[in-house]
Design a protein around this ligand. Structure first.
Ligand code: MG
Ligand code: ZN
Length: 369
């Protein structure tokens, strides 16, 4: 019975997405489930082999195994078969295939509204957490609109207009020690009503949060360390984000994007151990989020990657707990990318579809405009 109930709205949804009908104009979408919170977890560069290597290096166990609804997306960009993280994240955030390097803009560099901005329009609290600079391509594509990912100082300026409720990541220098001007964007955010903290003043766990303010936190290093070198903030940041956003969701639900940024960096470095340690930490965060979602009962969790990195393979000679990794590239590859979904509407993420469909389904489920 449950399957049938979802099958009918799924047909309407796919029709709506294909015709690019505004979800507000369809009566059929009243049949769709309506999740409260939406949590999108992006493992940058996390292809199937990265997941497999993490699994077999973690006692043959990952939290990802708890997901029942799994699909595959086509990650290609508008101008290249092999996407970068900017075009990949913009596809999730904005629902457009765009060129490599684009941050929240279409192939003509025109800004396109992001899921985070649509959530803000509905007065939902929003958050982004990353293990890179917070102005990096993946988080940047949810809050900013810039023609090139390298413009991290301009991406930092866009935080002033995003109204994002919570952000945690590296890259403080793009806010406070800028090359292009003498502005202090962290001070400007505080003037706008943000509580902005940094590792230099206080450890994340020791902060007393002012719940009346939006919250930003900069990590110790502009480019955060690998987890194997001592980075330890992603799990407490996830707990903090879930609690902070829940407390201000007012029954509307929140939108949160969490990125495991450095699975990709392990791939670029052709470093199997780097990939595995980042993958296992990211999976622990997935476990925290799943536990939250199960307790909440109305949270949609979507886990995916923007692309695979490294052409990573598990070669002969590997054993359980001892991966003999090999690589075909120090860049990204074009392999189909897995999508894992849990919660109301999760069924809709089954199948093979364009990366932009992840945006389209979340938009339809949340009745975003
Ligand atoms: Mg990234
Ligand atoms: Zn990359």
């Amino acid at each position: 019975m449950k399957k049938l109930l979802y099958f009918i709205p799924a047909i309407f949804l796919i029709t709506a997405c294909n015709k690019k009908i505004d979800s507000a104009n369809t009566n059929e979408d009243s049949l769709l489930p309506k999740p409260g919170n939406v949590i999108l977890l992006i493992g940058d560069g996390m292809g199937l082999t990265q997941i497999t290597a993490g699994l077999y290096s973690n006692n043959n166990s990952l939290n990802l195994e708890a997901f029942e609804h799994i699909g595959l997306h086509k990650s290609y960009a508008s101008n290249k078969l092999i996407t970068d993280s900017a075009a990949g994240a913009t596809a999730f955030a904005c629902g457009v295939k765009t060129y490599n390097g684009a941050i929240g803009v279409d192939p003509d560099t025109i800004p396109v509204k992001t899921l985070l901005e649509m959530a803000e329009d509905q007065k939902m609290p929003t958050g982004i957490v990353a293990t890179s600079t917070i102005t990096h391509a993946t988080p940047g594509s949810f809050v900013a609109h810039q023609p090139n990912r390298k413009m991290q100082e301009a991406i930092a300026e866009d935080f002033l207009t995003s109204n994002v409720d919570l952000f945690i990541g590296g890259g403080m220098k793009y806010f406070t020690a800028r090359e292009k001007d003498d502005r202090n964007i962290a001070d400007e955010l505080e003037t706008k009503g943000y509580q902005v903290e940094s590792f230099f003043d206080v450890e994340l766990e020791d902060i007393s949060i002012d719940p009346s303010k939006n919250f930003g936190y900069f990590t110790a290093n502009d480019s955060p360390l690998p987890v194997a070198s001592g980075r330890n903030y992603l799990r407490p940041a996830t707990d903090l984000a879930l609690e902070f956003l829940s407390n201000r969701s007012n029954g509307k639900g929140f939108f949160l994007m969490i990125e495991g940024s450095q699975i990709d960096w392990g791939g670029h470095a052709n470093d199997s151990d780097y990939i595995i340690s980042e993958m296992i930490e990211f999976d622990k965060v997935i476990g925290q989020v799943l536990e939250f979602a199960k307790a909440d009962g109305n949270t949609l969790v979507v886990v995916t990657a923007d692309h695979e990195t490294g052409g990573y393979a598990i070669n002969p000679g590997s054993e359980m707990g001892a991966i003999n990794g090999a690589f075909t590239s120090d860049y990204h590859t074009a392999a189909l990318i897995p999508v894992f979904a849990y919660g109301p509407g999760a069924e809709l993420f089954s199948g093979i579809y364009e990366n932009t469909q992840i945006h389209d389904i979340i938009k339809a489920l949340k009745r975003f405009q």
